[in-house]
Design a binder for this molecule. Sequence first.
Ligand SMILES: NC(=O)c1ccc[n+]([C@@H]2O[C@H](COP(=O)([O-])OP(=O)(O)OC[C@H]3O[C@@H](n4cnc5c(N)ncnc54)[C@H](OP(=O)(O)O)[C@@H]3O)[C@@H](O)[C@H]2O)c1
Length: 428
Amino acid sequence: MSDPLRLGIAGLGTVGAGVVKIVRQKAALLEDRSGRGIAISAVSARNRDKDRGVPLDSYGWEDDPVMLATRDDVDVFVELVGGSDGPAKAAVEAALKAGKDVVTANKALLAHHGQALAELAEANGCVLRFEAAVAGGIPVIKALTEGLAANEVTRVMGVMNGTCNYILTRMESGGLSYDEAFAEADGLGYLEADPELDVGGIDAGHKLSLLSAIAYGTQVAFDGVELEGIGRVSIDDIRQAADMGYKIKLLGVCRMSGRGLEQSMSPCLVPATSPLGQLDGGTNMVVIEGDQVGQIVLRGAGAGEGPTASAVMGDVLDIARGTRVTTFGAPASKLVKAVAARATTPAPYYLRMALADKPGALAKVASALGEAGVSIHRMRQYDHVNEAAPVLIVTHKTTRAALDTALAAMPGTGVVIGDPVALRIEQV
Ligand SMILES: NC(=O)c1ccc[n+]([C@@H]2O[C@H](COP(=O)([O-])OP(=O)(O)OC[C@H]3O[C@@H](n4cnc5c(N)ncnc54)[C@H](OP(=O)(O)O)[C@@H]3O)[C@@H](O)[C@H]2O)c1
């Protein structure tokens, strides 16, 4: 039997404490499965006296994660502090430079510095694994990097922020306004300290950028993700989408088109009967389409102590077994710089706008759409509310560029009140 694999764990919050618990409670199972004992040499957090619900006295302690990362008795540095810069980045870099393998759950760090860290890992003969960073307990990084490695990936889609899905689901099931559902999620402790990370789509955008890098052999390009949060989705949109057989999801989509890498994280309509449409509450789903495999649907808990620690330990066990894969599924030097393309693939769109109570208002809107080359598939007008009539339009397939031209022309019609809402209808 080989020597135990020795971990240094930085961060003892939700995920870190969960990892310590698994190492303590499942020692025999981990050893049986990896052929090697898994030990914890030392840990690090800000507050040494805090009760973490798990005994820590038998482990060394470092106040500074960088010191932990470079200890002689640490083989694998497990980074569970969080944040794109600061101590997490400093400690991961220190670990890799010291020749230690790294496991992290930190999507923000990899979305911003993934390429540089992958290069650093390879230059030092180390592995850098991050299963827990995307969709919590769902082993999607492993699926894309290993199981589906022989495929050309045609599209990856995902609902990867449980908080947004919870808010949208509660708006639908409870008839709540966005503000009410947001307040409920906040009360349950679901929101990040900066809620914009969740509802602005940033957290989910970080995850999407990591999946695209693996799927298309490109350098992580978070800057290329078109981000739109869920803040403008109203209860009317949810109801009207349901009326037409759709659900609204904060959906990440990436694909490689002739123009470049399209990455978008935005509220979209999906058929209510599709797996994505049926995804309720805080659950995550990732759909991968490959030229050989067809469509794969992965569904599971996207956050929480157990699921996230499960993903971290999957990476640790791979290292214990001697499995060594490149960070993004190809050598870092082979990853190409992605040309960011706006979503050019034509799709139908859902439009909601309020029209002034004036003769010929609908005709003016139809003509502005037509002049931009956008044709109408379905249109519904609802009763006037205070001088304004809500109108719903579903277009035939069109490009976002054509739609934007039409939207830019709306104020000039003199009949559209406020900004129209435009949501893509994703074919799934
Ligand atoms: N929670 C989830 O469900 C989930 C899911 C997927 C991925 N992740 C990712 O996992 C990582 C950890 O998340 P979490 O939810 O476990 O966070 P958390 O509960 O806030 O825990 C963060 C830990 O980091 C420690 N820490 C913060 N600054 C530090 C510093 N300067 N030096 C040393 N330790 C420091 C904190 O110490 P104190 O406890 O002493 O304050 C705390 O133990 C993040 O990257 C997150 O995005 C989390």
